[in-house]
Design a binder for this molecule. Structure first.
Ligand SMILES: [Ca+2]
Ligand SMILES: [Ca+2]
Length: 168
C-alpha cells in the first residue's frame, strides 16, 4: 500500500465519506475498510501520537500481527520502552489481555521489541515472578491489568494490541 493514496483517502474520510477512485478501485476500497476500523470502537491516541486498537481473539501472536497489518497497522510496541508513552496508552486497555510486540523468540530470556531494541534498555513492567517461561514455551508477551507476562505465542486466549503511526 503506497502512502499517497492513503493520505488522499484520509482527507476524504474526514468528511465522513468513502469514495472509491476509478484508478485502483479495489486497493482504495480496502484502505477505506481499514480506515473505518480506526474510527470505530475503542481507539486510544498515545503520547507518541500513535493510535492504538485491540483486535479481538486474534488466534495468537502471529495471527495478531497479520490482523494488525490487515488494518494498516502493526503490533503495538513503538515507544513502549518509554514509561510515560506506555502509560498514556495502556490506561485505556487494562481490562483486556493483549499481545504486544515483545518476544524472546530469538534468544530465550532476552526480550526484544519488534523494532529490534532489547527490553532491558528501557522501561519494563513485568508481573510478579515474570517472565518465567512457564512450561518452557513462553516466548511472547501479553499485558493484563498493565502487568507484562510471557505467554505461549499460539493461543486463542488473548487479543492483540495494534498501533498505527500518525498521518504525516
Ligand atoms: Ca521464553
Ligand atoms: Ca509467564
Amino acid at each position: 500500500m503506497s502512502v499517497q493514496p492513503q493520505i488522499k483517502y484520509l482527507s476524504i474520510f474526514q468528511n465522513f465519506k468513502c469514495i472509491p477512485r476509478r484508478i485502483g478501485i479495489i486497493k482504495i476500497t480496502a484502505v477505506c475498510a481499514a480506515e473505518a476500523q480506526w474510527l470505530s470502537g475503542r481507539v486510544r491516541t498515545g503520547k507518541n501520537g500513535y493510535s492504538y486498537k485491540v483486535v479481538r481473539h486474534s488466534g495468537g501472536y502471529y495471527n495478531g500481527k497479520r490482523a494488525c497489518a490487515a488494518i494498516g497497522g502493526q503490533i503495538a510496541h513503538t515507544g513502549f520502552a518509554d514509561k510515560s508513552t506506555y502509560w498514556s496508552v495502556m490506561t485505556d486497555f487494562y481490562d483486556v489481555e493483549v499481545y504486544i510486540g515483545l518476544t524472546d523468540l530469538n534468544r530465550e530470556g532476552t526480550f526484544v521489541w519488534e523494532n529490534g531494541v532489547p527490553a532491558s534498555r528501557g522501561f519494563t513492567y513485568w508481573g510478579w515472578y515474570e517472565p518465567n517461561n512457564y512450561g518452557g514455551r513462553e516466548d511472547c508477551v501479553t499485558v493484563w491489568d498493565d502487568d507484562w507476562n510471557d505467554v505461549p505465542c499460539v493461543s486463542n486466549r488473548y487479543h492483540t494490541l495494534c498501533e498505527r503511526a500518525p498521518a504525516s
